[in-house]
Design a protein around this ligand. Structure first.
Ligand code: ADP
Ligand code: MG
Length: 397
C-alpha cells in the first residue's frame, strides 16, 4: 500500500518505477490530478448557488506510453492501488464497461475526446492514487481529470480547463451513470496551490481566492461510516428545494432572500421552509467565507463553518451522529486549543468533516480528535492535513 501522505513528485517516481516493471520501458508521460474537499457551500450546487472547494494534496497519478508497435489499438490500464487491470478497444464510441466498473470514468473521458475529434488514443497506462476511493474526496473527478490531462498532453491538443472539467462531468454522467454537479471536476482541473475556488454553479464562473497564510491548515476527518439511505433522501431534498423556489416565485433558491422566505413562511410546509432556509443561508455563508479567507479572518470563517454544520444538521437533516461527534469534539477544543471551525463536508449521512486549524498544532489536535471520536463512536477515524493544492499537473510531458 502506498503511503497516502507522499508528495506528488514521489508518487510520480513510484508510478514511473511500477510502469517500468510492468511494461518493460519507462513511461513517456506522467500526469496527475488531485482530490478535493469543500470548505463550505453544501447542497447549494443544484440550487444554482455557490461552493467553495480546494484541491487537496492527494492525487491520482498516471504514467503512460503508446503501446509497442504492432500491439492492438486499445487502451490498457493497470491500477496499482487496487491491483486491477483492464483493456478496452477504441471503437467509436468507446464501449461502456459493466455498470459500476472503475474503467467507466476513463472510458467516458476517451469518448469525450473522440467527440472533439481527438483520435488515435491507444495507451499503456499505470495509475497510482492517494485519494481514498469512495471516501467523499472525489477520487472519481481525480480519475477523470488526470485521464483528460494525459490525453491532452499526449495528443498535443490542449483544451480550456473549464471545458476539460465539463468533459469530465459528462463522462461521469454518461459512462458512470452518476448525475454529479460541476464542483469536483472544476476544482480538480482548475485548482491552484495556496488558493480555494469560489464557484458560481449557475454561471460556472470560477474565482480563485488566495489562502497563503501558513498559520492555518485544513484537517480532514473521515468518520469512516456511511449510512445506507433507503428513502431516496437526496432526490427528496431536491424536490423540496424546487417546491420552495416555486412558492417563492424564483427560478432557483439561489435567487431567493431570507426576507422573502420569512414573508412566505406561513404559506409553506414547515419542512420545505427549513430546507430553503438552509440553502439561502448557506449561499450567504459561502460568499462571506470567501471574503473571510481573502482577509485571513479565520475566526469568522470558522464560525461560518459551525453555522453551516448546524444548518445541515437541523434544517437540511443530512448529518449523522458520527459527523456531529467530530464537530462537537472540535468545538470543545475551541480556538484556544487551535480549532477555528469544523463542519461536515459532502452530501452527508457519513463521510468526512473538514476543520480549519492552527497549523502549528496539527499533530496534538489530530491525536486528540481521533482519540475522542474513537471513544464516542467505537469507530477509528482517518485524519490527514492538507494545504490547498494545485489542480491537474503534467509531471512529465
Ligand atoms: P469519490 O469520488 O468520493 O471517491 P465515487 O463513488 O464518486 O467516490 O467514485 C469512486 C469510484 O471511482 C471507485 O469506486 C472506482 O470505481 C473509481 N475510481 C476512482 N479512482 C480510482 C482509482 N485510482 N482506481 C480504481 N478506481 C477508481
Ligand atoms: Mg465522486
Amino acid at each position: 500500500m502506498i503511503d497516502p501522505n507522499l508528495p506528488l513528485q514521489e508518487i510520480a517516481q513510484d508510478a514511473a518505477r511500477k510502469f517500468q516493471e510492468r511494461y518493460g520501458r519507462p513511461p513517456r508521460w506522467i500526469v496527475a490530478a488531485p482530490g478535493r474537499v469543500n470548505l463550505i457551500g453544501e447542497h447549494t450546487d443544484y440550487n444554482d448557488g455557490f461552493v467553495f472547494p480546494m484541491a487537496i494534496e492527494r492525487y491520482t497519478v498516471i504514467a503512460a506510453d503508446r503501446p509497442r508497435p504492432g500491439a492492438p489499438d486499445q487502451v490498457t490500464w493497470h491500477c496499482a492501488r487496487t491491483n486491477q487491470s483492464a483493456a478496452f478497444p477504441l471503437s467509436r464510441p468507446v464501449p461502456k464497461g459493466e455498470p459500476k466498473h472503475w474503467t467507466n470514468y476513463i472510458r467516458g473521458v476517451f469518448a469525450g475526446f473522440q467527440a472533439r475529434g481527438v483520435d488515435s488514443l491507444a495507451f499503456d497506462a499505470l495509475m497510482l492514487s492517494t485519494v481514498p476511493l469512495g471516501g467523499g474526496l472525489s477520487s472519481s473527478a481525480a480519475l477523470e481529470i488526470s485521464t483528460a490531462t494525459l490525453i491532452e498532453t499526449a495528443s498535443g491538443q490542449k483544451i480550456d480547463p473549464v471545458e476539460k472539467a465539463l468533459l469530465g462531468q459528462k463522462a461521469e454522467h454518461d459512462y458512470a451513470g452518476m448525475p454529479c454537479g460541476i464542483m469536483d471536476q472544476f476544482i480538480s482541473a482548475l485548482g491552484r496551490k495556496d488558493h480555494l475556488l469560489l464557484l458560481d454553479c449557475r454561471s460556472r464562473k470560477p474565482e480563485l481566492v488566495p489562502m497563503s497564510d501558513p498559520g492555518v491548515a485544513i484537517l480532514i476527518v473521515n468518520t469512516n461510516v456511511k449510512h445506507e439511505l433507503v428513502g431516496g433522501e437526496y432526490a427528496q431534498r431536491r424536490r423540496q428545494c424546487e417546491e420552495a423556489a416555486r412558492l417563492l416565485g424564483v427560478p432557483a433558491l439561489r435567487d431567493a432572500t431570507a426576507d422573502a422566505l420569512e414573508a412566505k413562511k406561513s404559506k409553506m410546509d414547515e419542512t420545505v421552509y427549513r430546507r430553503a432556509r438552509h440553502v439561502i443561508g448557506e449561499n450567504e455563508r459561502t460568499i462571506h467565507a470567501a471574503h473571510g479567507v481573502r482577509a485571513s479572518n479565520w475566526t469568522t470563517v470558522g464560525q461560518l463553518m459551525y453555522a453551516s454544520h448546524l444548518s445541515l444538521k437541523d434544517d437540511y437533516e443530512v448529518s449523522c451522529a458520527e459527523l456531529d461527534a467530530v464537530v462537537e469534539i472540535a468545538h470543545g477544543i475551541g480556538i484556544d486549543g487551535g480549532v477555528y471551525g469544523c463542519r461536515m463536508t459532502g452530501g452527508g449521512f457519513g463521510g468526512c468533516c473538514v476543520a480549519l486549524v492552527d497549523s502549528a498544532r496539527i499533530d496534538p489536535l489530530a491525536a486528540r480528535i481521533a482519540a475522542e471520536y474513537k471513544q464516542k463512536t467505537q469507530v477509528k477515524p482517518t485524519l490527514f492535513v492538507s494545504r490547498p493544492a494545485a489542480g491537474a499537473t503534467v509531471v512529465k510531458g
